[in-house]
Design a protein. Structure first.
Length: 344
């Protein structure tokens, strides 16, 4: 039984990580740490956690913890992750893993130096519906080149009914537009499916309300080294959302997926094929992520996704910010094999 500590008990930990750990029969939630005393006690009682503290250093010092999940904001994550690795613990950390590439590289260097495993929490990397899309695209069933269209709409605008959520997202926007925070997922989806490197990208940001500290609606156009192209929409703080979608359009057909409805569909002139996943999106992806993190601790092997994947997506999100700031197309030299990976 692997003994897990959780540092940071915000929404993503409470709604996803804790339930996934509770469903996994191979772990014990051995310790938790968060700054809110009320939330700490509530979670300690709900999950019968033996040790709870507002000081994460006490958790890292505990010999009753084998590995940790760090689910803190990206401006706090790097130092905590580095200290966790240096304390001899394997780490799964939420995305974005840091605010700068330099911080992420320090995390990777620490993992290399200590010999510990560092998995990046890009949860939807594990989605079997996404991997079905990759199978169809990589087998050539829709031909090439491919045009991708991806859209992520999240964080409903509702300041009167949910002021805590409003204040939290407004604070997050002070550290960058939705592309900075959701871009990690989208760039990872695209890389999983098309297996190519980004040649260049152009980003556009818009504010739907003047009081926002950064754009809340981003559009990104990407060119890949295999001549594929992609258009991404990422938006927060709208009252209504379009249907989420991810499509790959080739000269021979279309592959599409809907993560919330849990299907992928292939359409060509000759055939239509559909793949359905009966499990819920969050539940299945977080369960797979948790299981693979435990496998990593018990059996070793490469981290997937690892810190190299996280740095890859950060290079892309940094390029989006530069493109929006300067109003130019940004060329990237973004080779994952040059970055390396913690734990290889």
């Amino acid at each position: 039984m692997i003994r897990i500590g959780v540092i940071g008990c915000g929404d993503i930990a409470v709604t996803a990580h804790f339930p996934a750990l509770a469903r996994c029969g191979r772990v014990q939630i051995a310790a938790i740490s968060t700054r809110s005393q009320d939330r700490l006690l509530e979670l300690k009682d709900r999950y019968r956690v033996p040790f709870a503290t507002t000081d994460y250093h006490e958790l890292l010092a505990s010999k009753e913890v084998d590995a940790v999940i760090v689910a803190t904001p990206p401006w706090a994550t790097p130092q905590i992750v580095i200290e966790a690795l240096e304390s001899g613990k394997d780490v799964l950390c939420e995305k974005p893993v840091a605010m700068t590439i330099e911080e992420a590289e320090r995390m990777q260097e620490t993992a290399d130096r200590t010999g510990r495993r560092l998995m990046a929490g890009m949860t939807y990397h594990h989605d079997p519906v996404l991997h079905k899309m990759r199978e169809w695209v990589q087998s050539g069933r829709i031909g090439s080149p491919v045009m991708y269209r991806a859209a992520v709409y999240d964080e409903t605008w509702d300041p009167e009914e949910n002021p805590e959520h409003y204040n939290r997202i407004m604070k997050t926007l002070q550290h960058g537009s939705p592309s900075v925070h959701e871009g990690a997922h989208v760039f990872d989806w695209l890389h999983v499916v098309n297996q190519a490197e980004i040649r260049s990208l152009t980003g556009f940001g818009f504010k739907s309300r003047p009081e926002f500290p950064d754009s809340n609606y981003d559009i990104i156009i990407l060119d890949y080294t295999n001549n594929d192209r992609a258009k991404i929409e990422i938006a927060w703080f709208l009252t209504q959302f379009p249907e989420f979608d991810f499509e790959a359009v080739g000269p021979l057909g279309i592959a599409s997926m809907n993560s919330h409805r849990r299907y992928a569909r292939l359409r060509t002139r000759e055939e239509t094929e559909e793949y359905n996943d009966p499990k819920g999106w969050w539940e299945h992806c977080f369960d797979l992520q948790t299981s693979r993190f435990i496998d990593l601790i018990e059996k070793g092997g490469p981290c997937e996704p690892g810190i190299a994947d996280a740095i890859y997506t950060m290079r892309a999100t940094d390029a989006v910010r530069e493109s929006m700031r300067r109003g130019v197309t940004v060329n990237l030299e973004c080779r994952r094999e040059e970055i390396g990976d913690a734990g290889d």
